[in-house]
Design a protein around this ligand. Structure first.
Ligand code: ADP
Ligand code: MG
Length: 681
C-alpha cells in the first residue's frame, strides 16, 4: 500500500455551541421571516417565529386561505374572496390562476382563459393581461402577471404585519419544483414589488417535507403527491446529509380538483335532465358540485339543489362522486408510476409519502395513493397548509433564528465542505444540519498524473474556499493511475454527538484510506455566525459568478490536458490526425491557453474556447478511440486492453485523451464526480 501522510494545518473553530445564555443574548433582527405558499388556486402565509411551531395566519374572518384571485373591475385592485365574488360579472377583468402566466410568453399560453393577453412592450418574451380601464371610457390597463401576483403577496404581507405587530423582514416563497428560471425570476420580482425581501424560493415538495420534519432523519427517499385545484404534481425527493434534492418531478398541469367539480357538475346536470345547459346553469352546477365534493370528504351523502335546472334536494353519495372522478384519479396514479420510473425508484423503496393540496382530502384519492405506495400517506398536517408551514420554518432559519424546535445544540452553524479543483467549495454537510450526522460524497481525479489528493476541509457559506474558514488539510496517496474522472474517492464526513468531525477519504478500487479528526473549539460567537451567513447572502450573486468562472476554467483545463496528452501519444500519426486538422487542433489549444491566461476572461469566454477545442479535436478523438479498440483486440494482454478501454471510455466522454507516460506524483485537489453536482435549489 502506498505511503500516506497527514498534516493538519488548522483546527480552528468548527462549531458554535450555543449556551442557553447565549441564545437569549443573541441580537435578533427586528422583523420576522414569513413563509408564503403562492398557489394557483389559494395562497397563504405562515410564521414559525423564533423556533416555534409553524402556524398559518388568518384574515379578520378567521380564514387562512386567500383565493389567488385579483379583481381589476374597479380602479383599485381587490384580492381574495371579494375578488372571487366579482368573477361571474367581470370574467375578463378578474384574474384567477395567474400563476400559470408567470414568466411565460404568448407562445407558452396553450390553455384556455378569458383574458386578452398582449406581448409585454417592455420585456420581450413576456406577456401582459389587459384588465380593462380603471373607469368607463379610460385607457386599457395592461398588468404583468408579476404585478398581479404582487397584489396577492402584498395582502399576505399586510396580514402578517397586522397579526404579528412587527414588520416582515423577508419571505421564503414556494414555487413548483419544475418552475424554470424565468418563472422563478418572475416570482422573485413579484415578492420584491410587494416589498418583501425574498430570502429564497423553495420547491413546494421540499417545503412539505420540511413541515413534516423529514429532514431530521438525515437520509431517505420521499414522494410528495400534490393535487390542488388545477394542477397535479408528483415529486420524488432524496434526502442526503439533511439536504433535499428533487430527483424527479412529473404530473399534469391541467388536472385537479376543478376537474372533479366539472365531472360531478356534468353528472348532476344529467340527473336533472338538462341536456343543453346555459353558461349560467353550468356555472351554478359547478359551484354546487364543488361544495358537494368538499362535504363528501367528511360525509357519505349530501343533499343538493340546482334551482336553475329544477333539481331539488337530490341526494348525492360518495360512491356517486367516486364513480365520476375515478378516471381522473387513475390519471394521477399513472403519472406517479411514470415519475417513479424516471427517478429509478420503486414504490416500496420510499421512506414516506406526503400529501399536499386540498384535493388530497378526497377519500378516493387517499385510498388510491395508499394502494400505489403500499403505505398510508402522511396526512396529519392540513394539506392546504403544509407547504406554507415548511416555508415558514425555512424563513425563520434564514431570518437569523436558531430553530429550537430540534435541539439547538445539535445544529451545524455553518456548512462543512471540501475544496475541489479551481478553489470551489463542495458542501458536504449543510448549515443547520442536525448532528450526529454522516454524509458521503464521491470525488474523482482530474488527470491521470494525479496519484495523490489533498483534502482541504473548510467551513462557511461562500462558494470559494478562499472565502471560507480553513479547518484541516490532509493527503491521500496511492491513488491508482486512472484516466481523468475514472478514479473514485469516497469522502465521508462524520460528526458525532460531541461535535467531533472525522473526515475519511477512501479510494474505492484499492481501498487506500486516510482520515483526519478535527476537534471542536468554541471560537465562533453567534454574531460571527450571523455575520458569515449574511455575508454569504449578500455575496450570493458574485459568488455564483465566481464559482461559474472557476468551474469553466477547471473544465477547460481538463480538456486542454487531455488533448495535449493525446497529441503527444498519437498526434504524429497522419492517419489519426491529418496535418490540416492538426493545425486546427493546435489553433484551438492556443485559443484555450489565451482564454485561460486572460486575467479578466468571463465564464462565457472560457466556455466558448472550450466549445471550439472540443469541436476541433472531436474527429481526432474518435479516430484515436477506434484505433485503440482495434489495437486492443490484437494480441495485447488482457490488462492492457482493459486499461485502454477504460481510457477510451473516458476519452469518449471528455473528448480528450490520456497519456501513457509516467510522471511524478501529482497530488492535487479532488474534482467533483459528475453524479454529485446536483443540489436542490
Ligand atoms: P392550489 O395549490 O392549486 O392553490 P389547493 O391546494 O388550494 O390548490 O387546492 C384547491 C382544491 O382543493 C380545490 O379544487 C378544492 O375544491 C379542493 N378541496 C379543498 N377542500 C377540499 C375537501 N375538503 N375535499 C375535497 N376537495 C377539497
Ligand atoms: Mg398548492
Amino acid at each position: 500500500m502506498a505511503s500516506q501522510s497527514l498534516s493538519i494545518h488548522d483546527t480552528g473553530g468548527l462549531f458554535q455551541i450555543a449556551e442557553p445564555e447565549d441564545r437569549k443574548g443573541r441580537a435578533r433582527r427586528p422583523g420576522f421571516g414569513v413563509g408564503i405558499d403562492l398557489g394557483t388556486t389559494h395562497s397563504l402565509v405562515a410564521v414559525a417565529p423564533r423556533g416555534a411551531e409553524p402556524r398559518p395566519l388568518a384574515d379578520a374572518e378567521g380564514r387562512a386561505l386567500l383565493p389567488s384571485i385579483v379583481s381589476y373591475a374597479g380602479d383599485a385592485a381587490v384580492v381574495g374572496y371579494a375578488a372571487a365574488r366579482e368573477q361571474l360579472e367581470h370574467p375578463s377583468r378578474v384574474v384567477s390562476s395567474v400563476k400559470r402566466f408567470m414568466g411565460r410568453g404568448l407562445e407558452d399560453i396553450t390553455f384556455s382563459h378569458p383574458y386578452r393577453v398582449v406581448p409585454d412592450p417592455q420585456t420581450p418574451g413576456l406577456l401582459r393581461l389587459d384588465v380593462g380601464p380603471a373607469a368607463p371610457g379610460g385607457a386599457p390597463r395592461l398588468r404583468t402577471p408579476i404585478e398581479v401576483s404582487a397584489e396577492i403577496l402584498a395582502v399576505l404581507k399586510r396580514r402578517a404585519e397586522a397579526e404579528l405587530g412587527a414588520p416582515v423582514d423577508g419571505a421564503v416563497i414556494t414555487v413548483p419544483a419544475y418552475f424554470d428560471d424565468a418563472q422563478r425570476q418572475a416570482t422573485r420580482d413579484a415578492g420584491r414589488i410587494a416589498g418583501l425581501k425574498v430570502y429564497r424560493l423553495l420547491a413546494e415538495p421540499t417545503a412539505a417535507a420540511l413541515a413534516y420534519g423529514l429532514d431530521r432523519g438525515g437520509e431517505g427517499l420521499f414522494a410528495v403527491y400534490d393535487l390542488g385545484g388545477g394542477t397535479f404534481d408528483i415529486s420524488v425527493l432524496r434526502l442526503r446529509a439533511g439536504v433535499f434534492q428533487v430527483i424527479a418531478t412529473g404530473g399534469d398541469s391541467a388536472l385537479g380538483g376543478d376537474d372533479f367539480d366539472r365531472a360531478l357538475a356534468a353528472h348532476l346536470l344529467e340527473r336533472a335532465g338538462a341536456t343543453a345547459p346555459s353558461d349560467l346553469q353550468r356555472e351554478e352546477a359547478r359551484l354546487v358540485a364543488r361544495a358537494a365534493k368538499e362535504a363528501l370528504s367528511e360525509r357519505e351523502r349530501v343533499t343538493v339543489s340546482l334551482p336553475g335546472v329544477g333539481l331539488r334536494d337530490a341526494v348525492v353519495t360518495r360512491d356517486e362522486l367516486d364513480a365520476q372522478i375515478d378516471a381522473l384519479v387513475r390519471r394521477t396514479v399513472k403519472a406517479c408510476r411514470a415519475t417513479l420510473r424516471d427517478a429509478g425508484v420503486r414504490a416500496q423503496e420510499l421512506d414516506g409519502v406526503v400529501m399536499v393540496g386540498g384535493s388530497t382530502r378526497v377519500p378516493l384519492v387517499r385510498a388510491r395513493v395508499e394502494k400505489l405506495f403500499g403505505r398510508p400517506p402522511l396526512t396529519d398536517i392540513d394539506p392546504d397548509k403544509v407547504v406554507a408551514d415548511g416555508a415558514a420554518i425555512q424563513a425563520d432559519i434564514l431570518s437569523g433564528s436558531a430553530r429550537e424546535g430540534v435541539t439547538l445544540l445539535d445544529v451545524v452553524p455553518l456548512s462543512l465542505g471540501l475544496e475541489t479543483m479551481g478553489g470551489i467549495v463542495e458542501k458536504v454537510i449543510p448549515r443547520n444540519a442536525t448532528i450526529p450526522i454522516r454524509a458521503r460524497q464521491v470525488f474523482t481525479n482530474y488527470s491521470e498524473q494525479q496519484t495523490g489528493m489533498t483534502f482541504h476541509v473548510v467551513q462557511g457559506e461562500r462558494e470559494l474556499a478562499a472565502d471560507c474558514r480553513s479547518l484541516a488539510r490532509f493527503e491521500l496517496k496511492g491513488i491508482p493511475r486512472l484516466p481523468p474522472s475514472m478514479a473514485r474517492v469516497e469522502v465521508s464526513f462524520q460528526l458525532d454527538a460531541d461535535a467531533l468531525l472525522t473526515v475519511t477519504a477512501r479510494e474505492l478500487m484499492t481501498g487506500v484510506k486516510q482520515s483526519v479528526e478535527v476537534k471542536p473549539t468554541y471560537g465562533l460567537s453567534s454574531d460571527e455566525v450571523d455575520r458569515l451567513v449574511m455575508e454569504s447572502l449578500d455575496n450570493a450573486g458574485e459568488d455564483f459568478a465566481a464559482r461559474d468562472l472557476a468551474e469553466a476554467r477547471v473544465e477547460l483545463g481538463r480538456v486542454v490536458l487531455a488533448v495535449r496528452a493525446a497529441l503527444q501519444e498519437v498526434g504524429h500519426l497522419e492517419a489519426i490526425l491529418p496535418a490540416d486538422e492538426r493545425a486546427g487542433v493546435e489553433a484551438a489549444l492556443a485559443g484555450a491557453d489565451a482564454a485561460m491566461h486572460q486575467p479578466d476572461a468571463d465564464a462565457a469566454a472560457i466556455r466558448s474556447a472550450l466549445g471550439q477545442l472540443e469541436r476541433a479535436s472531436e474527429p481526432f478523438a474518435r479516430r484515436r478511440m477506434e484505433r485503440a479498440l482495434n489495437a486492443g483486440m490484437e494480441g495485447k494482454s488482457l490488462f492492457e486492453v482493459e486499461d485502454t478501454l477504460a481510457g477510451e471510455a473516458a476519452l469518449d466522454e471528455r473528448r480528450g485523451g490520456h497519456s501513457p507516460e509516467l510522471v511524478d506524483d501529482d497530488p492535487g485537489a479532488p474534482a467533483r464526480a459528475e453524479q454529485d453536482v446536483q443540489k436542490d435549489s
